[in-house]
Design a protein around this ligand. Sequence first.
Ligand code: NAD
Ligand code: UFG
Length: 338
Amino acid sequence: MSKILVTGGAGYIGSHTSLALLQAGFEVVVLDNLSNSSAEALRRVAQITGRAPSFVQADVRDGAMLKEVFAQHPIDTVLHFAGLKAVGESVAQPLRYVDNNVHGSQVLLQAMADAGVFKLVFSSSATVYGEPAQMPIAESCPVGRPTNPYGRSKLMVEDMLRDLAAADQRWRMAILRYFNPVGAHETGLLGEDPRGTPNNLVPYMAQVVVGRLPELAVYGNDYPTADGTGVRDYIHVVDLAEGHLRALQALHFRSGAHVWNLGTGQGYSVLDMIRAFEVASGRPVPYRIAPRRPGDIAICYADPTKARLELDWVARRGLPEMMSDTWRWQHMNPAGYG
Ligand code: NAD
Ligand code: UFG
């Protein structure tokens, strides 16, 4: 039986997607260097599904190792999550982001081509739209200039994939542009466990509520939005994982490189998120208004129509479920995977 290689499969989105793949009956090989994750996540995946993915602790930039993995397993598709994702860190260490995200993807693509594997699902980001000209954002919107090196690394890989698909018709690629992934598996066993102080709103807020951090800084309340705080399209990570399964199916009958937004189409402000988390946790979220964070945009939410029509996929989980699942995960694992 053919297998799916999941790079970065021990990470936040990769672990939830590996779980969904195993539950759907696929054979999964995870390749991860554990630079931003823990093997414990994979043990939890096995605990929930009753099936363990094969695990290779390796770097995606290691072409010789990839060659071995493709030789050992009958892989026919790669889901490529492996990469660095911290915006601020990318500003300080731009070459590291080019090396890990762009060069890492190049090495992987070469190893795939050498092994005759031409089906790929790539984790891109709404950040490639830059400062969007219209809202909601459809895939037909021109990609903008991302505001940081992380975003530019995603756009570079997207361009590389489009060039490759144009050069060789055997490639079948899904470029998935995620909006803001949040939430956790409903069991509370799998969730987001950022190293160090979280950069993103929801994990930060969750750590404030369990007492790991004193208070949340709300970055600006003078944006042109209903309450002045930034608006984003938060999407439950399990919905996102299901989007990958639909993209896999779509690649059976589509060649070339295709882009799909994975978002809900619904925007929530920072204050909406605080209120929803207070309801879910039954606890207050101490916060203060702080200056805007450089590089942030006011509003960003998806037009998810293309994924609905072409993948038959919609995000089904609403904000209360995103927040109660986040809370269950954080409450059950106050120190993450430990
Ligand atoms: P994550 O850090 O939890 O997962 C990434 C995984 O890749 C980690 O397990 C890490 O150890 C591994 N990894 C990193 N570099 C590697 C390398 N060179 N070789 C092997 N493994 C490596 O992040 P995530 O939130 O699960 O994100 C997954 C993907 O989705 C990333 O490509 C990210 O850029 C993209 N993305 C994430 C978000 C988000 O907000 N979480 C939004 C849009 C896109
Ligand atoms: N925010 C706060 N306080 C915090 C953290 C965030 O007020 O401590 C606000 C931000 O200003 C923004 C909103 O909460 O208005 C969401 O911020 P996040 O950092 O959670 O998410 P971003 O939309 O800034 O960034 C996310 C991913 C990036 C990706 C981008 C675009 O983290 O990787 O979406 O897709 F590039």
